[in-house]
Design a protein around this ligand. Structure first.
Ligand SMILES: *Cc1c(COP(=O)(O)O)cnc(C)c1O
Length: 435
């Protein structure tokens, strides 16, 4: 092969882009994406990593599968509500609702009268239907947004009483009590780290007290010489009690008996409950506020309410989640262990047959960021060599497991049963690439 041999020359961008497979991808994903992929491929050719004749095939192979960098991944970490992986996966009806609402949609229009309608009325009605104890409901972007709005609208510059045992850091350095004071409200800590009594709150109440805030310790647990004031007592002290339950359970969940829920909290006398939409509720990222009509209305009319209003896709997905079948997070929570073990056995057998070092093993899954920090859910996994963790993470689709004692465990509790064939192919491909 001489230096002038066309097979050795770096191909031209346009020549590669003319490949019908890339043409089709560019039609779907946009010309910019096609050009970016070709440019990256040609850099590899110039660096000598790739033969010129392979450039077109390599460019096609590296086309993104999803139109954004947020494509689908398989969550085999065993953590059901994983904040780094987008928390709750949406149910298929929620996805259908998002698609339907993606175009023009009557998010603030009443089609019967032709007049302006209340934004999110459908989602609010769905929540109210499931929690009759709530006089009123309002939906915002996140639970953090709900707490911010509560502090701004209901506390103003007044005092918010919080137990020292409930000064919670929720993640990435963010703390709920700092969020509260960032609105201008003043924090008044009561009690001790391990014990707070009703009398501690009673002593702290004064003319400036705007509300009592109870925060569910959703990501840690205290044991030993501990006690918290019962909600039933707090609500008799005078100021409205706002209860941040975190996880978003609307009614008690039998699988998590210690996790608070909105219905029980309101029944016990809480004036307002705030919660996330994308934890155990199993819906999109959202913040729910439920409770006394006058308080909800003050939050709804506060200027900041406009800054934290949810978009139409969120409202559509939330309503569909609430009206639809059991969402994936709850299905994963309730999946019987024997079914998970049977799936792990079958997958391990198939992988062994394909020449992969795989075996089924028992393990423990976790609820995750959504709550119940002490609950271990009996689960089953496919155990693989730890070296496969990287190739699996970089595969298509990416598969995220956890490495324990030199093995990469693919925990099946948060993996839907219909994803097993995909998981099998992903492991086989990763093992091939690791060889
Ligand atoms: C997760 C959580 C929050 C924050 O909710 P986001 O929806 O992530 O804003 C607040 N409080 C508690 C108790 C939580 O568990």
């Amino acid at each position: 092969m001489s230096a002038s041999d066309p097979r050795r020359r770096t191909p031209r961008t346009d020549a590669i882009l003319a490949d019908p497979r890339l043409q089709a991808a560019a039609d779907r994903l946009g010309r910019r994406t096609g050009r970016d992929v070709v440019a990256a491929t040609l850099r590899r050719v110039r660096a000598g990593e790739l033969a010129p004749a392979q450039a077109a095939d390599a460019a096609v192979a590296s086309l993104p599968e999803a139109p954004s960098s947020l494509g689908r991944v398989v969550n085999a970490t065993g953590v059901l509500v994983h904040t780094n992986l987008g928390r709750a996966p949406l149910s298929s009806v929620a996805v259908e609702a998002i698609t339907a609402a993606a175009g023009y949609t009557p998010v603030e229009l009443d089609l019967d009268t032709g007049r302006r309608g209340r934004r999110g009325a459908g989602a609010a009605a769905a929540i109210a239907g499931l929690v009759p104890q709530a006089e009123a409901v309002h939906v915002v972007n996140s639970n953090a947004a709900a707490l911010m709005l509560v502090a701004a609208a209901l506390a103003g510059g007044g005092e918010v009483l919080v137990s020292r045992g409930e000064l919670v850091e929720i993640g990435d350095g963010f703390r709920i009590h700092e969020l509260i004071t960032a609105t201008g409200a003043r924090l008044r800590e009561v009690g001790a780290t391990n014990r707070t009594h009703p009398a501690d709150y009673a002593r702290a109440i004064g003319p400036d007290t705007a509300l009592i805030l109870r925060i569910h310790p959703s990501n840690f647990a205290m044991t030993g010489f501990v006690s918290a004031a019962p909600l039933e007592r707090l609500v008799t002290l005078g100021p409205p009690v706002v209860y941040d339950i975190g996880s978003g359970l609307l009614t008690p969940e039998p699988a998590l008996p210690d996790e608070p829920d909105a219905t029980s909290a309101l029944r016990a006398g809480a004036a307002l409950v705030t919660a996330s939409g994308d934890k155990l509720l199993g819906g999109p990222q959202a913040g729910l506020m439920l409770g006394r009509a006058d308080l909800v209305e003050r939050c709804r009319r506060h200027p900041l309410a406009r800054a934290v209003r949810p978009d139409k896709l969120t409202l559509a997905a939330l309503e569909a989640t609430l009206r639809g079948p059991v969402p994936p997070v709850v299905a994963a929570l309730r999946a019987p262990y024997p079914e998970l073990r049977a799936r792990a056995d079958a997958l391990a057998d198939k992988l062994t047959g394909a020449g992969v070092d795989a075996r089924a093993t028992d393990c423990e899954a976790r609820v995750g960021g959504g709550g119940a920090p002490t609950v271990a859910l009996p689960s089953a996994a496919v155990s693989l060599p730890a070296e496969l963790a990287g190739p699996l993470r970089q595969g298509r689709p990416p598969v995220l497991g956890r490495v324990v004692a030199g093995r990469c465990l693919l925990d099946l509790r948060a993996v839907a049963a219909d994803e097993d064939p995909l998981l099998f192919e992903a492991v086989r491909a990763a093992a091939d690439r690791a060889r």
